[in-house]
Design a protein around this ligand. Sequence first.
Ligand SMILES: [Zn+2]
Length: 122
Amino acid sequence: MSEEAVNETDVPTGGPDSVEQPTGPAPDPETPPGPEPDQPTEPEPAPPAPVPDQIAWEPRTWYEITYACRTPDCPNLNYIGYAPMFYSNDGQLKNIRVVDSVCGKDSMIVTATKLDPQPAED
Ligand SMILES: [Zn+2]
């Protein structure tokens, strides 16, 4: 007779489980109307991004250039070279090339400035 008496006439608990909490999490207070802000009224000038591949080469023109080797395993990688006189040949990119003397591959021409005045051709 040591067992606990469980068969008493208890009222089954579980009544207050369905009581909704009156103070739930409040909705977001004044969310902004849109995630994207309007365009700024002041148009900011675009910063001059370096665009090395869009050099306006003129044919038969001398330039001073800077160039950089872009071969990944080359000791000259990203080394900026300078050539005070560089001829554009016929102005076509396939004929405007700087070959790196270390790796023997084409370097990227970073900047090109037209010489003014142009040196006299013989
Ligand atoms: Zn190289």
